[in-house]
Write a protein that binds this ligand. Structure first.
Ligand code: IDP
Length: 148
């Protein structure tokens, strides 16, 4: 079953949006298999955002993501990578459709509430970066039979 990495960024935590964000993924029908409330270190931030190294916003991105705690999660389900990106909305909240998380709660790109992996490769890389294998919980849910 497909898995993806989702993280409520420091602005989402400060704005009390953890519960709202978890609800949206739960209500869609996805299954939470890992969660961690944590402070990101500078080295972890630089590794996580390595693809943006050298861009003008990189330093601000690293200082923002390390500026307060984040809520890191792994969600599982059919097509969860693609669908979670749709639930999250476009990177720039001005362009994000209302109804998406960024469309409903974000205003500026550098504080856009939430991160979600954008491909199978980045999901695998980011899950391994943030979670040990024994921190991911495998469990059956009877409700899944109503979603397949
Ligand atoms: P994504 O989070 O929608 O996948 P990415 O292009 O991977 O978007 O960028 C990672 C994060 O870097 C964004 O969520 C946003 O917070 C920040 N970012 C991206 N582009 C800009 C920019 O042009 N200015 C400031 N911050 C940016």
């Amino acid at each position: 079953m497909e898995q993806t990495f989702v993280m409520v960024k420091p602005d989402g935590v400060q704005r009390n949006l953890i519960g709202e964000i978890v609800s949206r993924f739960e209500q869609k029908g996805y299954q939470l298999i890992g969660a961690k409330f944590m402070q990101i270190s500078e080295p972890l931030a630089k590794t996580h955002y390595a693809e943006h190294q050298g861009k003008p916003f990189f330093d601000n991105l690293v200082s923002f993501i390390t500026s307060g705690p984040v809520f890191a999660m792994v969600w599982q389900g059919k097509d969860v990578i693609q669908v979670s990106r749709a639930i999250i909305g476009k990177t720039n909240p001005t362009e994000a459709t209302p109804g998406t998380i960024r469309g409903d709660y974000g205003i500026v790109t550098h504080k856009n509430i939430i991160h979600g992996s954008d491909s199978e490769e980045s999901a695998k890389r980011e899950i391994e970066l943030f979670f040990q294998q024994d921190e991911l919980v495998s469990y059956a849910k009877d409700v899944n039979t109503w979603l397949q």
